[in-house]
Design a protein around this ligand. Structure first.
Ligand SMILES: C[S@@+](CC[C@H](N)C(=O)[O-])C[C@H]1O[C@@H](n2cnc3c(N)ncnc32)[C@H](O)[C@@H]1O
Length: 358
């Protein structure tokens, strides 16, 4: 069986979920490497390559996928980078560049203490690709920064250099096509997917986001589950209108119930013990600028969330105020099933998973 090595990127803190989804969606045969807190996972997956590229498009946790063709250890100095980039010369990368094609290198540097920049990585990797094609294939590929036919991805993640061909296109996969309404504090859809998984949402569940903004969680749920009832609620009618627009763009409008309502009275609005899964992204203190207003909201919301959950039901909440939230959940009699830190934009936030025991 042909096997391909892939570098998958996604939200830092979600690497285990990316690896799990790769095993399921790609039939990946091996998780080769997990770079914890860096959002990088390397897997081996079966071909053929065209089928693999198709399967990648159904993954919901990743931002990009790179067909990994060159790898090397790398130190922090410029000479270390020059040495590591030589791995391109010996690799199969030039074989994937057809004669007459144009290419560009997109580079990233993740980690501290490197004496080189991502621009140095791009320049050195680009030179190596041109030289390798000249020496081994007998042609010189043309560099084109806009709309190249092939995008080479080169990165240094801490102490390792990776290079390969970007399979998922320039646009990060978290930019879903349905986002016609952009909520000012929108959640990354890839994180919404991870939260649904951590809450163990399954088809047929009633899934509720009581502070849904532009509807990211509801839309991811609608994509994943055909037979679930999905409720999307926000106190702000403007956001509910936006969520409806997004749902219409995703062609799932008819599968989601939209409510203008107050999360502090969730159990009254949707009914007691009516939600199997609640996944939500409430306002954070840092964004709102008033930590006490956020704490007031959480104090009223958590007891209502407990009443709205069915016994055995689970809730996943993302917040920077995790200690306070966990304390409130404990007081309300909810079990803390899981907690982890994830990177959301420029912040580290926590995903807290709570369970209603009885
Ligand atoms: C961080 S945003 C959610 C963004 C959403 N996850 C998205 O991707 O678009 C928080 C939302 O909570 C809503 N909200 C704040 N207090 C609320 C309350 N008491 N009841 C319902 N919604 C509330 C705000 O209107 C805002 O849209």
């Amino acid at each position: 069986m042909e096997k391909y090595r892939l570098l998958l990127t996604g939200n830092p803190g979600t690497e285990d979920v990316i690896a799990e989804e790769a095993m399921e969606e790609l039939g990946a045969v091996k998780v080769v490497e997990i770079r914890r807190a860096r959002g990088r996972v390397v897997v081996d997956a079966p071909g053929p390559l065209t089928l693999l590229t198709d399967r990648l498009l159904s993954m919901r946790s990743i931002h990009s996928a790179i067909l990994l063709l060159a790898e090397a250890s790398v130190g922090p100095r410029m000479n270390d980078l020059k040495e590591a980039v030589k791995s391109i010369m010996k690799s199969a990368l030039p074989d994937f560049i057809p004669a007459g094609s144009t290419f560009a290198v997109r580079a990233e540097r993740v980690g501290e203490g490197h004496e080189y920049t991502s621009m140095d990585i791009a320049r050195l990797a680009g030179d190596a690709v041109v030289r390798a094609c000249e020496e081994r294939r007998g042609f010189r590929p043309e560099v084109r920064l806009n709309s190249p036919s092939i995008i080479i991805h080169a990165s240094v993640v801490e102490d390792r250099f990776y290079a390969g061909i970007l399979l998922t296109g320039e646009r990060s996969r978290h930019r879903r096509r349905y986002r016609v309404y952009d909520h000012p504090a929108a959640l990354k859809p890839t994180l919404a997917y991870v939260m649904l998984r951590l809450a163990r949402a399954k088809d047929g569940d009633h899934i509720v986001d009581p502070m849904c903004g532009g509807g990211t969680v509801a839309l991811e749920a609608a994509y994943l589950f055909e037979d679930s009832a999905i409720t999307c609620m926000d106190k702000n009618p403007r956001h509910i209108l936006g969520a409806r627009m997004n749902a219409a763009a995703a062609r799932v409008e008819g599968r989601i119930r939209f409510i203008v309502g107050d999360a502090r009275r969730l159990h009254e609005v949707i009914g007691e013990a009516s939600a199997d899964v609640i996944v939500t992204n409430p306002p954070y203190g840092i964004r709102l600028g008033d930590p006490e207003a956020v704490r007031r909201l959480y104090r009223a919301f958590i007891p209502s969330l407990r009443l709205a959950l069915s016994p055995g039901g689970r809730a996943a909440i993302i917040t920077t105020e995790s200690d306070y939230m966990i304390e409130l959940a404990r007081k309300a009699g909810l079990k803390l099933a899981h907690v982890r830190k994830v990177r959301h934009g420029d912040l580290w936030a926590s995903i807290i998973v709570l369970e209603r025991i009885e």
